[in-house]
Design a binder for this molecule. Structure first.
Ligand code: NAP
Length: 327
């Protein structure tokens, strides 16, 4: 099969379009013919070699967590899916399998959700890691509830666009930060108070919007961009940070400071808990229009290096996906 292959870690130039053996699905796995592969910031960090602490790199190596496509082979014991089913998945790349920047990818069935009617492949490929991470941050770790005042710091990226939507869908009042160019975009996603972090003093703006303090703060944009985040959260509230691998601050010190103020402090990684059911529920919310999709930019799989240059800026609006095949 064709794929974007790495033979070493490094800059975008290590991403080479070529051929590699087609993977076979093992027990409890399906193989998927990929229509679109989603791009996440984790991909460029992975390309640079930053995930070495989690598992060794075995070359040739194929990047990419997110895929949407059609099941084309079933591993032993798989009954939940049939060949031809349209599916989306964060794959098993995080567990060491080849990733989704390829014509075919395998994934364990507990990480695969059926695509609802009305959802296209490009849209589906934009969901898995970003939407699941946002869902777990808000629902599992943030305990978002109706009527709460919620701030999403970094609302205009892949994760942030879903986080503001899930907070709204839960009935919360939502504020979010972004740069000037993304203010109208976030208003379009229904954010009530958009704080332009370039033109406004974020602390003053949030304190005016939530004078009693935030019930829930979700930081997607790294620790250094929100040095005084804890000051914005009320006692008894919750402050969730999404670990970035590159800008996470002094986590033990942050936990201790939060405990002193009676704020629940959580670092929310994407986990496998309820992966397929949650992804299915999210896909249904998107297909029904309850959750608006973040803006999606489509590039060809052969342009993966350009996609990495864009995502690596840290200022992507919405999501980038790679078109692999017309299915
Ligand atoms: N640990 C995990 O399980 C996990 C899972 C998913 C993601 N993540 C991490 O979470 C982070 C966000 O992911 P993503 O997919 O949303 O990234 P993304 O699509 O690249 O979006 C990043 C967003 O951050 C915003 N931003 C940058 N500087 C900012 C600042 N000073 N204040 C407010 N917003 C700012 C940008 O908005 P502007 O352009 O408007 O500045 C951009 O929209 C990444 O570091 C990613 O690696 C971790």
């Amino acid at each position: 099969m064709h794929a974007v292959i790495m033979n070493e870690t490094g800059g975008p130039e290590v991403l080479q379009y070529g051929e590699i053996a087609t993977p076979e699905p093992g027990q409890g796995e399906v193989r998927i013919r990929v229509a679109y592969a989603g791009v996440n910031p984790a991909d460029w960090k992975n390309r640079q070699g930053m995930l070495a602490a989690f598992r060794p790199y075995v070359f040739p190596y194929v990047l990419g967590f997110d895929a949407a496509g059609v099941v084309d082979a079933l591993g032993e014991g798989v009954t939940a899916f049939a060949v031809g089913d349209r599916v989306l998945t964060p794959t098993n790349h995080g567990q060491g399998a080849h990733g989704s920047y390829a014509e075919q990818v395998v994934a364990a069935v507990d990480r695969v959700a059926p695509m609802p009617d009305g959802l296209g492949f490009a849209e589906a490929a934009a969901l898995p890691v970003a939407a699941l991470t946002a869902w777990q941050a808000l629902q599992h770790n943030g305990g978002v509830r109706r009527g709460q005042r919620v701030l999403v710091h970094g609302g205009s990226g892949g994760l942030g666009g879903f986080a503001v939507q899930f907070a709204r869908a839960a009935g919360a009042e939502v504020a979010a930060t972004c740069s000037t160019a993304n203010v109208a975009y976030l208003r379009g996603l229904g954010v009530e108070r958009v704080v332009d972090y370039v033109a406004e003093d974020v602390t003053a703006a949030v304190k005016e919007w939530a004078p009693e303090g935030l019930d829930l703060l979700v930081n997607t944009a790294g620790a250094s961009s929100l040095a005084h985040g804890l000051d914005l959260v009320r006692g008894g509230g919750t402050f969730v940070s999404i670990p970035t691998l590159v800008d996470d601050g002094d986590i033990p010190a942050e936990m201790a400071a939060a405990a002193e103020r009676g704020v629940e402090r959580v670092y929310s990684m994407m986990t496998d808990v309820d992966c397929a059911p949650a992804l299915g529920a999210i896909a249904a919310m998107v297909a029904s229009g309850e959750v608006l999709l973040p803006e999606i930019r489509v590039l060809d799989l052969r342009d993966a290096a350009a996609a990495h240059e864009a995502i690596q800026t840290g200022h992507t609006r919405g999501k980038i996906v790679l078109k692999v095949a017309d299915l």
